[in-house]
Ligand binder design. Structure first.
Ligand SMILES: *[C@@H]1O[C@H](CO)[C@@H](O)[C@H](O)[C@H]1NC(C)=O
Ligand SMILES: *[C@@H]1O[C@H](CO)[C@@H](O)[C@H](O)[C@H]1NC(C)=O
Ligand SMILES: [Zn+2]
Length: 413
């Protein structure tokens, strides 16, 4: 999620009116609203077989002139000229990504360029001084089995690059993106005039958001919502299926990104907490309903782990991503300064101090009045995708020149 600071340093937090609005999932989860990860649905994504000639006949996207990113669904509430600038910005961002990531298959994106403040005023709550300017998310996450025995959610954009003969059925696009048309955007087509102090470079924000779409994001969020907003339980994503008659719980599940997360004080993995959280209930445990599941969790021994995670993830300099096996010289400290915890922002970004370094791209707050390449130049970087970010993408499993045989999880089950 991309946000800018409006005057004061206060963050909005969302109050969800629904008590518990995530529904069901097992192997695939589809996301429908880039600005709200809770709007999701478990979908059947049976294994399908691709015609194997499809892969052998076509050249890799990085070897031919095929666009590296394609907008397959475009909703644009603006003039023809602006819409064409928006489209052009996405294509440029796709090219920048493919300078680092070797994409065998292009990224298919659904873009919604609209007045977010009109349709979802809570995201533009000026009282809260932070406005959402854009957001993106993987359109479909797929459950795969990792080499440590845990199943984790992998983004469709990555699974496509595996070119498996048998793969979980793909959604029509890989990434959903929503951008706020109210923002005073600077488009790349306008780079010959200087950016104004209050303008925001769209290429900068689109690239940031596409990183989330590629899988830069944590499952550690506030999932168990109660009617008491002061009660915050931070867990990895609870996997359950709710029907009219029961709620079947299948454990807490991480994303591929979470596999590299460590605590700064002792370098132990956050995954250790997920394993402990999963002592709450065996896979396939039945609860009467969602409320019953939450009440049981709140009364369990494991609730203290989620309270501890809330404390840790709202204390500065406590959590890092350390993709040790992927050329990472050092860990990257993650965002844990936001109080109260904010879904989509906390943990899923770099610490704000990186804004002046070559890894400026994934900080929580974006700076107006600078273009993407101003920031590369000022930070002494060589590419908008900085070294720490590149290592994280490589360890999630993306192929790069220096990482030609990336780690790959197994199909599950
Ligand atoms: C675009 O986003 C707005 C705000 O989230 C939403 O109300 C609208 O339905 C979306 N339109 C499409 C076509 O997805
Ligand atoms: C859920 O189950 C509990 C325990 O049986 C019951 O008290 C409660 O009314 C149920 N809630 C809903 C929303 O059905
Ligand atoms: Zn973000």
């Amino acid at each position: 999620m991309a946000s800018i600071r409006l005057k004061h340093n206060i963050f909005i937090f969302f109050i969800f009116l629904t008590f518990f609005n995530l529904l069901v999932f097992s192997y695939c989860i589809d996301y429908f609203d880039a600005t709200d990860h809770n709007v999701k649905r478990q979908v059947n994504c049976p294994l399908v077989t691709d015609d194997s000639s499809k892969y052998s006949k076509r050249k890799f996207a990085y070897e031919n002139n095929e666009p590296k990113l394609q907008i397959v669904d475009f909703h644009c509430d603006a003039s023809k000229e602006i819409c064409s600038n928006v489209e052009n910005t996405f294509l440029k961002a796709g090219n920048i990504i493919s300078e680092i990531i070797l994409l065998k298959n292009p990224l298919l994106v659904s873009v919604n360029y609209t007045n977010i403040c009109l349709s979802e005023p809570k995201l533009c709550n000026i009282q809260g001084k932070i406005a959402i300017i854009g957001a993106a998310h993987s359109a479909r996450n797929m459950l795969f089995l990792d080499d440590d025995g845990l199943t984790r959610f992998y983004p469709q954009s990555l699974v496509k690059q595996y070119e498996l003969d048998n793969h979980p059925e793909f959604a029509p696009f890989d990434i959903i993106a929503t951008f706020n048309s109210l923002v005073n955007w600077k488009f790349p087509s306008d780079y010959d005039t200087p950016i104004q102090p209050k303008q925001i470079d769209m290429l900068y924000i689109v690239l940031h958001e596409l990183m989330h779409g590629l899988g830069f994001g944590s499952s550690w969020e506030n999932w168990f919502l109660t009617d008491n907003p002061n009660q915050i339980f931070i867990t990895s994503q609870p996997d359950f299926i709710a029907s009219n008659t029961e709620t079947i719980f299948n454990g807490f599940k991480e994303t591929a990104f979470d596999r590299q997360l460590i605590f700064n004080n002792d370098y132990t993995h956050l995954t250790d907490i997920t394993i402990k959280l999963n002592q709450f209930a065996k896979p396939n445990t039945k609860f009467k309903n969602n409320t019953d599941l939450i009440v049981n969790f709140i009364n369990s021994k494991q609730v203290v782990l989620s309270e501890y995670m809330n404390k840790i993830s709202t204390t500065p300099n406590t959590i890092s991503s350390y993709p040790k096996s992927c050329n990472a010289p050092d860990r990257a400290i993650l965002e844990t300064t936001i109080e109260p915890f904010r879904n989509g922002a906390s943990i899923s970004h770099f610490d704000q101090s990186y804004i002046t370094t070559p890894d400026f791209l994934m900080t929580t707050l974006q700076v107006p009045g600078k273009t993407l390449y101003d920031l590369v130049r000022q930070s002494g970087g060589i590419h908008p995708i900085g070294p720490k970010l590149q290592s994280i993408l490589e360890c999630i499993g993306y192929e790069t020149k220096r990482n030609p045989t990336p780690y790959r999880p197994k199909l599950y089950p």
